[in-house]
Write a protein that binds this ligand. Sequence first.
Ligand code: DAK
Length: 259
Amino acid sequence: MENNQVLHLEIKENGVAIVEIHRPEARNALNLELRQALSETFQQLSKSDDVRAIVLTGGEKVFAAGADIKDFTTATTIDMYLRHTEQYWQSIVDCPKPIIAAVNGYALGGGCELAMHADIIVAGISAKFGQPEVKLGLMPGAGGTQRLLRAIGKFQTMLMVLTGKMIEANEAKQMGLVSEVVDDDKTIAHALEIAETIAALSPIAVQQIKEVTSLGQDMPLQSALTLERKAFQILFDTKDQKEGVNAFFEKRKPNYTGK
Ligand code: DAK
């Protein structure tokens, strides 16, 4: 386990990394230190051959209550611009490994946006999602309007971003904002199970699937289908693809090496 005051990182032998936000005194609010630490950690995990899947969590009680709003009392437009915090978020966007968010408690504002940077969201039954920025005279600034729109459609998004209304885990699942809902004490364990399943598969296939699915969402269908076909063809030149098919016929467990 590597520890920084606000972010804990553990890399397990099975290729699963656990990133845990740890600022309980401020409900895991994402201050600049935390965003920098998240960015550096995701860059490190992106490069590491030992990591095949990542679980991102805020622990048992709260995922993240958004940006640290203490700072918003005095910040000016130019302060906000010069921080270029979009670069910190981009390290997570650019991560080629699958990210599974394990959400317990509040995922609000930047916290909900952080969860939406994941590829799969597992929520504890008591989790609450929301974009309450409008209540502060603000609006979402790290993808809240656009990622929600793509996940749950215009009318549910408008309801959330225009009122700041919080959504319970089961409702979030019905809307398509959450992949699976489990008991609160099972959230992290279940996210880890999913990560372990993915980590045992071919990392090249997994990363191609993540890339094509993520990019395809914003492409015209014919271009996205072509991208998918090309990625599918590329996989035939990997040892893992031959290993997977041979293991099936030899009735044994495949051993994927990422080659
Ligand atoms: N920031 C700073 N401190 C926070 C905080 C936050 N977001 N949320 C909670 N805290 C602090 C509280 O001030 C309190 O501190 P003390 O009074 O103990 O010193 C402590 O955490 C415990 O909070 P509560 O007493 O309120 O705890 P409760 O369990 O009663 O309520 C709550 C939990 C999460 C429902 C409540 O704290 C709450 O409503 N928090 C604010 C939620 C919120 O409005 N979040 C949206 C923030 S705006 C950007 C990209 C994105 C963003 C900004 C810029 N760029 C690209 C530039 C994102 C903006 C946002 O997220």
